[in-house]
Design a protein around this ligand. Structure first.
Ligand code: PLP
Length: 392
């Protein structure tokens, strides 16, 4: 077999945040971890080889990217997502959250309003609050099938009422699994631009889209959107290399790009890691086939879960994900309060998931799973869940 996603690895004792820090996080050692967005698949062989080769040289001195390296990032984005960024627009950073934080610092001042659409990846709220900006919580709506959408009247009113300066878009959206359609992105952009709001488009999950959904880079929609936005991306989710600390910010507006670059460098960050650069180059040039196979494998896990829940746990309702590897499950049908739900998941099902409320109040009574694991691990998790749910 060309790629073996079925193989179960023991990741304990590797300093893995996901597997090795249960006690420190007040979780029991026997809870199966399906929380943080970290996959239980080895990175593709070319990435492992590139890191080994970089290590074999035995030189770990200061490292800097060349223009050709930026072209490699742009090559991936163009090939996979159909949008040709200018390599000169690109700035490297150690992580997307780091880059978002510095961009917020660069383009707003304390007290300024930054809007997010909840439920959403929880560091968005904390990075706004921790930098003394005012957090504006737009709440996503959903229909009875769990399909989420933006109430644009409310979205625009909140922007106007709060004099919002920046909107952080999660595209595709973690945790509700939306791959925003062109007309939705256009609406977001039209509203934001007409009110002078800069869009920060976090596109880290862009490679994980299913069925006929297509990720549309926000900046690709029009020259105005490109000028009025920043794109944040990284090979870290797609190739499972978060530990190699490499991410990219793309800003077409020169003034904005310089301000964000200055903010990034003002932290003392200087150069990209030699291993991260090597991994990134191999990932973006040699691994298209691996990514196609990976996405198809994860999709099978997602479909398996949907069927499994509808047959064995119909009280739980899963949002059908258009993208991301993080299924979002409505557990409100169990009629449990927040503590009882946590007790069920952690102590009865013995699962370590991300509780929905951490993504925003509207996520209460949901749980977020991580489907990026071997099928055997996935089945074990679902069996544990069904046994606990059907016991009550
Ligand atoms: C939407 C989103 N942005 C950013 C990140 C993290 O990126 P980084 O580790 O590069 O800060 C994640 C990780 O799950 C994510 O889901």
């Amino acid at each position: 077999m060309e790629y073996d996603f079925d193989k179960v690895y023991d990741r304990r004792n590797t300093n893995s945040l996901k597997w090795d820090f249960a006690a420190e996080s007040h979780h029991a050692e026997d809870e199966l971890p399906l929380w943080v967005a970290d996959m239980d698949f080895r990175s593709p062989k070319p990435v492992v080889r590139a890191v080994k080769e970089a290590a074999e040289q035995g030189f770990f001195g200061y490292t800097k990217e060349k223009y050709e390296d930026k072209k490699i990032v742009c090559g991936w984005l163009e090939r996979r997502h159909g949008y040709a960024y200018d390599p000169g627009d690109l700035v490297f950073a150690p992580g997307v959250v780091f880059a978002l934080t510095q961009a917020v610092r660069a383009l707003t001042v304390p007290g300024d309003a930054v809007m997010i659409s909840e439920p959403v990846y929880y560091p968005f709220a904390s990075l706004v609050r921790d930098n003394d900006r005012t957090l504006v919580r737009n709440v996503l709506q959903h229909d009875d099938k769990g399909h989420y959408f933006i109430d644009f009247d409310c979205f625009e009113k909140q922007i106007k009422d709060n004099d919002v300066k920046v909107y952080i878009l999660c595209s595709p959206h973690n945790p509700v699994g939306r791959v925003w359609k062109r007309d939705e992105l256009e609406k977001i952009g039209d509203i934001c631009l007409s009110h002078g709001v800069t869009v920060f488009s976090d596109e880290i999950h862009a490679d994980f889209v299913y069925e006929d959904n297509k990720h549309i880079p926000f900046a690709s929609i029009s020259p105005e959107f490109e000028m009025g936005s920043l794109t944040f991306t990284s090979p870290s989710k797609t190739f499972n290399i978060a530990g190699l600390q490499i991410a990219e910010v793309i800003a077409h507006d020169e003034k904005i790009r310089k301000a964000v670059k200055r903010a990034i460098y003002s932290t003392g960050y200087a150069e990209i890691p030699v291993t991260g650069l090597a991994a990134m180059k191999a990932a973006y040039t040699e691994c298209d086939g691996w990514v196609d196979a990976l996405v198809s494998y994860i999709y099978d896990n997602i479909i398996f879960m949907e069927k499994y829940l509808s047959e064995k746990c119909p009280v739980l309702h899963m949002t059908h994900p258009e993208g991301t590897y993080l299924p979002w499950v409505d557990c409100s049908g169990l009629g449990l309060d927040r503590n009882a739900l946590e007790d069920l998941i952690r102590n009865k099902a013995k699962l370590w998931l991300d509780a929905g409320f951490i993504f925003g109040e509207s996520g209460s009574f949901f749980q977020r799973f991580n489907a990026a694991c071997p099928a055997a691990t996935w089945k074990e998790a679902l069996n544990r869940l069904a046994a606990a749910v059907n016991h009550i």
